[in-house]
Unconditional design. Structure first.
Length: 330
């Protein structure tokens, strides 16, 4: 179904999405695929892991997204000495000046926000990483026997530097699986880089005004789940995910290159991401083009490669490319 034939309220919601992309483009030069994938993560109700070398504007991109959304935005700079209580919060002892009685009060941490930038997540120890990832999955914080709900919407954008390995704590596969998309941020082309240099060395950058509220984000997330996915397309996405498992895969390269394949959560992520991409592009039905575009960011962090793949310098993206060729779309 095309958006032109839908009711006015849906067209108005999609118009807000266009305004959001235009607002981001006022500051962020290029990186259209990266911006699209972040918006897909937002609409699908998931979280995104951004990976790229320093200086590519990962932190700036998240800040601009926070400025364009009328949402509470916070940043956590992850370091080796960061403790779980620095993220989720802690209890503090307070005194009632009227009665003189003392009591413990829960002081919320920076995770109690709508849009959270977890900068260099792989620089903090596993127990602190797990504190954040539990909040990402459950959308709640349990402390001293009390459950505290996080604000809605709740969207985590984590960054990590793929170059530096000394003093880092790589995320385990089970925790990587909590991220809907693994977004790769690449170098800009020459024209984009020239524009970036000109913009950032001249007058002050343009100020971004909020163009979308939290309620509008929640409404778009609900609309995303109503996007149609045909039975044949759903069956094909299921076969793609199941074909990543070397124990049952009919693809020879998968049996050689993969030690452990993607689980059912990958299928859920692929369907939701395809629905969100369709909506962003003004469609109310997902297509195979959506699946082709999103298979790499959905699957690349959910595949554990073998020593043979490392010896042949194969990546997860190579596995996904082979799968898409071996299992053509209906």
């Amino acid at each position: 179904m095309n958006v032109q034939h839908t009711e006015p309220s849906v067209r108005q919601q999609l118009a807000r999405l266009d305004a959001l992309r235009e607002a981001i483009a006022q500051v962020i030069v290029g990186q259209r695929a990266v911006v699209e994938q972040l918006l897909i993560g937002l609409l699908a109700g998931g979280h995104c892991l951004l990976e790229g070398v320093p200086g590519l504007g990962k932190t700036l991109l998240v800040r601009v997204l926070g400025d364009a959304l009328a949402l509470d935005f916070r940043r956590i700079q992850f370091t080796p000495d960061l403790m779980p209580s620095d993220i989720v919060g802690t209890e503090i002892l307070e005194e009632d000046h009227g009665t003189g009685k003392r009591y413990f009060k829960f002081q919320q941490g920076p995770v109690f926000t709508n849009l959270l930038l977890a900068d260099e997540l792989n620089r903090t120890p596993p127990k602190t990483q797990s504190a954040l990832l539990e909040a990402m999955q459950e959308r709640t914080i349990s402390y001293a026997g009390t459950t505290h709900r996080l604000p809605q919407p709740f969207f985590v954008l984590a960054t990590q530097n793929p170059l530096e390995q000394a003093g880092t704590y790589p995320l385990p596969e089970a925790q990587l699986d909590r991220f809907l998309l693994h977004v790769r941020v690449d170098y800009p082309d020459e024209a984009e880089e020239r524009t970036i240099i000109a913009q950032t060395t001249g007058a002050a950058a343009a100020r971004i005004m909020p163009v979308m509220s939290g309620d509008e984000v929640i409404a778009l997330q609900a609309l995303t789940r109503e996007v149609h996915v045909g039975d044949e397309l759903l069956a094909w996405m299921t076969r793609l995910v199941r074909a990543t498992r070397p124990q049952t895969s009919d693809v020879a390269e998968v049996r050689d290159w993969v030690r452990w394949g993607a689980g059912p959560r990958a299928g859920q992520a692929l369907v939701l991401a395809a629905k969100a991409r369709a909506l962003i592009n003004g469609r109310l039905a997902a297509t195979r083009e959506d699946v082709h575009a999103l298979a790499p960011p959905v699957l690349r962090h959910r595949l554990l490669l073998s020593f043979a793949a490392e010896a042949e310098q194969r990546s997860s993206d190579d596995v996904v490319a082979v799968l898409l060729r071996a299992l053509p779309a209906p």
